[in-house]
Design a protein around this ligand. Sequence first.
Ligand code: ARG
Ligand code: ZN
Length: 414
Amino acid sequence: MRSVAVVLALIFAVASAWSIDYTGYTVQRCSTNSEDKRDLLYGITNAFGIDVLGEFIDSVDLLVEPKRFDLFQGLKCKVIVEDVQKKIDDEEVTLQASRLEFLQNKNDSDAYHKTYHTYDEIIAKVNSIAAQYPSVARVSSYGSSLEGRDLIVIRIKGTTTTTKKTIYLNSGIHAREWVGPATAVYIIQNLAEKYGKDAEVTRLLDAIEFVITPESNPDGYSFTWSDDRMWRKNRNNNQGNRCKGVDLNRNFDVYWGTGSSNNPCAEDYHGTAAASEPEVKAMQNLVTGLANKIGAIDIHSYGQYIMRPYGWTNALHPDEAIIRQLGNQIVADISDVNGATYSSIRSAELYPVSGASDDWFTVKLNLWGFCFELRDRGLYGFRLPEAQILPTGQEIFRAILTYADFVLANFNKD
Ligand code: ARG
Ligand code: ZN
């Protein structure tokens, strides 16, 4: 009986989902392998408000609606998804199946990591990890989103009395990048449960407090579950403009407004002022207030990149030699876990932008602010199959430990 009720509830949930229809939309991969082509393509995406889904060293993935197909004729773009809505619908079927599995095995943490979760489920999971490991983990709120959702932070550290350094991790700033928050929860769980059991985790947690915000754009994330699977921004109503949302990763107080859009309809709309958005303001306050900071990472998808500073300029960071070594080490260690290939690059090598969190960590806090772009390289994009959540979690958990080991040994502000 119980499972019949669950199935009916799920069918109802499916029927009411996705009020935005992507029928006929394609994903096109366009080469940007010359300076001219790159300028031309970014010129088109800016002028026509075309959504850049993924960026690579010499190509971009664009979400193109049928009325814009003409623009790309002759540019030799390759259609990599024929019908975006069909793909979303197919994914919805596997999502419901994997969620049913989870709902029937709520206490099995393996089942948890084999599907995606609503904002409420993420909060419940993070709270339950803290309740299970009260001597190492503590959850609190660091503010609320525009629509009034709680912004939560979990702090994880060892039980020794030594003063801890601090590393900050964030994910979820872009709503549709679902594997980010899923990975953050995996990291939270593994840090908490491996303390006192795994030698490396124990040593790190006795030296470092990890401060983690697993879902820093809860309004946008909730909207990807209820209305629009491809939503990226927050849900600011932009003073009644017909286009909603601010790109939180263009809203940080670092060179704000110099490499981003002032058009509310654009996917990279930077808002009305630096840190105009409550989600960004709250994060800046939280992170500014942390003591003894030695590192910070913002987690995104997709593309499989480990990105080091800078992101707003192609100029080299004064510590380029050592941070390149750090990036390369992370990439090598990731590949040892499950064989996945990530690339170590400077953030700006994809496309320089302003107001991003990684640059804010680097420039305003004087850290080696990194940005990770998780799986994949565009085959599934933002809706990575459930079977890849665990392997992604495993390799990025390794990446975080490598980053922590490295900054603990080598980062010195003075
Ligand atoms: N895909 C991310 C974004 O568009 C990458 C940001 C990397 N950071 C940077 N400062 N370029 O926000
Ligand atoms: Zn992103």
